[in-house]
Every structure is written in C-alpha cells, then in structure tokens.
Design a protein around this ligand. Structure first.
Ligand SMILES: *Cc1c(COP(=O)(O)O)cnc(C)c1O
Length: 363
C-alpha cells in the first residue's frame, strides 16, 4: 500500500481495456492483427474529417475553444435543443466522471445494472458513493427493479441503451412506465454511445423526454459510429441549469482542437454515417447466420458488437484467437463467462473470425 492514497481509490478495480494492436504485435511477434474488441468503427472515419484534420496541423500551438462553441451550435440545431443544454468532453468517459464529480456525495447511492459499462461503477466508487447493482433479466435491463431500488439516498440511476456489452435495448414503452416513478431529485443518465446503430423502432426518443423530465441526462459519443475514438470527444444533453454546473467541473480544454473540428465535419458527412449504419446491419446479419450454422446462440444486438455463447472456456478461446491475430473481448472479463463479445469488423475479418471459432470448436 502506498502512503496517502485515498480509501476510495484503493477500492477501485483496475480497468482491463481491450488489448491494443501494438501490444499484441509486441507480445506475440505477429504482423497482422485484427482488433474486434473495443467496438471501434471498421470503416474508420469520414474522408472529409481526415482532410480537415490535416489542415489544422499549423494551428497546433493554439489552445482550443474551451466552450466548443461551433460544435455545440451545430449539435443544438441537429438535435433541436438549445446549445446551452449541451456539454462536451474528452469522450463520454470523461463526462461520466464530470457527472459523478458534480452530483455524488460520499455515501450517496447510485444504481447500475450488473452487466453494463464498468465506468459508471468506477466513478461512483471514486466519489465514495455506493454502487447498487441490479441484475439484468435475460440480458435486458430490468428497469422496474432498478427503479424499485431507489431509496432516499439515491442520486443517479444509469441506463445504458443499447447496453454494452449485451447490445440489448429497453423500449420506449418500458422507459415510459418507469419514468414517472423516479423522484425528480434522482438523476437519470441515459448513455446512448451506440444510438446511431439502432434499427428497432421501439427505441426511445430520449431527446423528446427532456422537456418533461428535467432530471434526464443523455450521453453520446463520436468514438463509435463516427469513428473518432482516438480523438476523445463526446457530449451530453441535459437541462440548461445543470449543464452550467457541469461546465464548471469539466477541464477547461477537455476537448481539443482536432476533436472539435473532426466532430463538426463528421456530423456534416451524413452519407458516411448512412454507409456505416448499412454496413453494420448487413454484417450483423451475416454474423447471426454464421452463428446459426455453427449452432451457437447469441444475444440479438442493436449495436456494433455481438455477444455469442460459445459453450466452452471463453478465456481459452480468446487466447486461441489472439495467437492467430484476432483480438476479441472474452466474456469472463465482462461478467458473462462462456460468451465472447465480438465487435463487428470488416467483411473478410468477420468471415475469418467465424472460421477460426469453427476450427476451435471442432477440436
Ligand atoms: C465506448 C463507450 C463509452 C465511452 O466512449 P468515449 O470514447 O469515452 O466517448 C461510453 N459508454 C458506453 C456504453 C460505451 O460503450
């Protein structure tokens, strides 16, 4: 134990991120590595973004606009909310921390699902608040049970929709049923990191709920469908007053020049986003068909990753795939042993990965 480290920090578990390509190359001496572990966009990002980034190199010595004025304006128009309702940060990861920093006191309670994005729990613990975990039901959020867990001490409830790592959604009907039961002094964070990929028409239009429910905070990111993970930029939408306080907590220059400009260009290139959505849906269906052929069951996904049940030691299969240059996310790290979470890759990568899984299972 190191002297001086806060008790809350000692309790936080180390986050095991998906292995990086350079890490695997170094460790295994392989040249060709395919990463299908962190839900990145296999199509990369828009060419218009890349061109705009090149033109910025000369401005690298300048501080960025700390208010992300242009980006917020553009987002406000696109989403039909006031730009003052938008807050930006270095990925939604950064904004999850900002929300916790702003709202959570020691000994407050905060409710999450037991299989969900782990960063909520980490940041709840960081504040010395208590994380209450409610089991998912058939891999779907049990909204009623989550809301039933609200006590006088509850401050924030976290809904991830589509949920990572299950890829499942809760519907507008399920959400509507519980919203009125949530006291106004409990904040509802709806993390929509994968919103662009959703095809289910029963997916809630969370933006339309902001007017009636001032306790809703929506989180979105440019890391996934827009393909800007390396630049670190995400945003949130909430009521204006609350956003003003979030802005006091966010680091002055959390979103850098490159990230702001890239996000603006990415929003403008609607054709690229359509292509991404179409490609994802096609490949998602391709994977389903292949898993069917192998007799493997899977969780139907509304995102760009799929959880497949492999009926074997997922850690061993993970290592088998890794040695052959394929990085995926084994279920045991996500609280779902016996499963793999596979981020959808390029067409040939998906095909090859399925072949490798088939090869492994035959042995
Ligand atoms: C990837 C992800 C994020 C974080 O994305 P950033 O890169 O930090 O914007 C947030 N929430 C969920 C559910 C995610 O899967």
């Amino acid at each position: 134990m190191v002297y001086g480290v806060r008790e809350e920090i000692l309790k936080i578990e180390k986050y095991v991120a998906g292995k990086s390509i350079t890490e695997v190359k170094r460790e295994l001496g392989l040249d060709n590595i395919v990463k299908m572990a962190s839900n990145e966009n296999p199509l990369g990002c828009s060419k218009k973004v890349k061109d705009a980034l090149k033109a910025l190199v000369k401005d690298t010595y300048l501080y960025p606009d700390s208010a992300s004025y242009e980006l917020k304006n553009l987002l406000g128009n696109k989403l039909n909310v006031k730009s003052k309702q938008i807050f930006c940060g270095a990925g939604s990861d950064s904004l999850i921390r900002v929300i916790c920093n702003t709202l959570l006191d020691k000994d407050d309670e905060s409710i999450v699902a037991d299989i969900t994005f782990p960063r909520y729990e980490t940041n709840i613990n960081l504040m010395g608040a208590k994380c209450i975990k409610i089991p998912v039901k058939n891999f779907i959020f049990n909204l009623e049970e989550m809301v039933n867990a609200i006590t006088k001490k509850t401050k924030i409830i976290w809904f991830c929709n589509p949920n990572n790592p299950t890829g499942t959604i809760f519907t507008k009907y399920e959400l509507k049923k519980v919203l009125d039961k949530i006291p106004k002094n409990v904040f509802v964070v709806i993390d929509e990191a994968y919103v662009e990929y959703v095809t289910d028409e029963n997916y809630p239009d969370s933006l339309s709920l902001l007017k009636k429910y001032s306790n809703i905070i929506i989180l979105r990111t440019f890391s996934k469908a827009y393909g800007l993970a390396a630049l670190r930029i995400g945003y949130g939408i909430a009521n204006e007053e609350l956003v003003e306080y979030f802005n006091r907590v966010i680091n002055s220059f959390d979103t850098n020049l490159y990230a702001q400009v890239a996000a603006i260009e990415a929003i403008k290139d609607e054709d690229f986003l359509s292509l991404v959505k179409q490609f994802n849906e096609e490949q998602r269906n391709f994977m389903y068909k292949e898993f069917d052929k192998l007799g493997l069951s899977y969780i139907k996904s509304q995102a760009n990753f799929i959880m497949v049940k492999v009926n074997c030691d997922d850690k061993d299969l993970f290592n088998y795939l890794l040695k052959r240059g394929y990085i995926i996310r084994p279920g045991y790290l996500l609280g779902v042993p016996g499963y793999l979470r596979i981020s959808i890759g390029k067409e040939n990568e998906n095909r090859q990965l399925v072949n490798l899984i088939k090869e492994y299972l035959k042995k």
